[in-house]
Design a protein around this ligand. Structure first.
Ligand code: FES
Length: 125
């Protein structure tokens, strides 16, 4: 493996400095893919425009498969269902920017507890 290339990729992705990671399921079972893609575009735009250290990942399926699109916010462990671009704007403003989850739209909340796995180190040069 080319560790220099990996390091560049990790830096480009912002892994070391990220405050949060957003995972979005865009369907096809929990919502129409077109609906999920439209929301994904909003998520990407908002993250890019903000300059905040927020990672975003488009997921194919969380195995919930109803009531989507689903947005999972980590490390908080907050899961929002039926997210629309308009709802995402409020989630962004209140949860991501002001650390206050939008309680009425939280479908599940489960911060991960870990299991004693040692801290992962970046590949050395
Ligand atoms: S398709 Fe979205 S949770 Fe399965």
């Amino acid at each position: 493996m080319n560790s220099e290339k990996i390091l560049r990729g990790l830096e480009k992705a912002g892994v070391a400095t990220a405050r949060r990671h957003l995972f979005l399921c865009i369907g096809p079972e929990c919502c129409p893919v077109e609906e999920g893609e439209r929301l994904w575009e909003r998520v990407k735009d908002r993250v890019r425009q903000s300059g905040l250290e927020v990672l975003r990942t488009k997921a194919a399926c969380f195995r919930i498969c109803a009531g989507g699109p689903w947005l999972a916010v980590y490390p908080d462990g907050v899961w929002y269902g039926e997210v629309t671009p308009e709802r995402f704007e409020r989630i962004w403003a209140e949860h991501i920017c002001a650390d206050k989850p939008v309680q009425e739209w939280v479908g599940a909340a489960s911060p991960l507890q870990g299991c004693g796995v040692p801290t992962v180190q970046s590949p050395s040069t």
